[in-house]
Write a protein that binds this ligand. Structure first.
Ligand code: VGL
Ligand code: ZN
Length: 203
């Protein structure tokens, strides 16, 4: 069975938010249309405590975009974003959540970041998404949402490693683009790992 995975369509990743993705709001109508084509839909939600180790503000003297070692893992520092129970962590007001079977929250452990909807960046913490999909007979996933070069990419890569036939819906995602070609590079990386790249009109 096919599932749609909607990654992190949250206010802080929308223009005006704390970690705004350029044109991030443009994925909302595309994803709402896509949802009509799926019976099985889940969402992920970036859900950090205020003292999260990925926030530059929690490392005196460090700036956004600098790297640190967080628990032995190389970590880029982000602005404070998607703090639990704040408006920035809420889903975009126009995203339709009526058909969502479950929401998988990630990034709750302050000692490790979690881009993928499946596992944290140490691959130790497991959100339960893989087991949930498998228990429900899902063997094929279509991934969309924000951001193409971080949480969407790592959800696609982990989906492949978990054995799902995995598709990126390329017109239903946007990138942070810290480097101008990060979107294209991410798509190539997903393709090279075995993902199929599809457009929403083909589904
Ligand atoms: C994300 C950076 C930090 C994302 C989350 O959803 O792509 N990016 N936290
Ligand atoms: Zn985050």
């Amino acid at each position: 069975m096919k599932a749609l995975i909607i990654v992190d369509v949250q206010n802080d990743f929308i223009p005006g938010g704390a970690l705004a993705v350029n044109e991030g709001d443009q994925v909302v109508p595309v994803i709402n249309q896509l949802q009509e084509k799926f019976d099985f839909i889940v969402a992920t939600q970036d859900w950090h405590p205020l003292d999260h180790g990925s926030f530059a503000a929690n490392h005196p003297g460090k700036k956004i975009g600098e790297f640190i070692e967080l628990n032995g893992v190389n970590q880029i520092l982000w602005p404070v974003h998607c703090v639990q129970n704040t408006e920035g962590a809420e889903f975009h007001p126009n995203i339709n959540s009526d058909k969502w079977k479950a929401v998988f929250q990630k990034g709750v452990n302050r000692l490790v970041d979690s881009y993928s909807g499946f596992f944290d960046n140490n691959r130790q913490g497991d959100t339960g998404l893989s087991a949930y999909l498998k228990e429900n007979g899902v063997d094929e996933i279509f991934v969309c949402g924000l951001a193409a070069d971080y949480c969407v990419k790592f959800t696609v890569l982990d989906g492949l490693s978990e054995g799902f036939k995995t598709h990126l819906i390329v017109d239903a995602t946007k990138a942070v683009n810290i480097h101008p070609d990060d979107f294209e590079k991410s798509v190539e990386e997903m393709k090279a790992a075995g993902a199929s790249i599809v457009s929403s009109v083909e589904i």
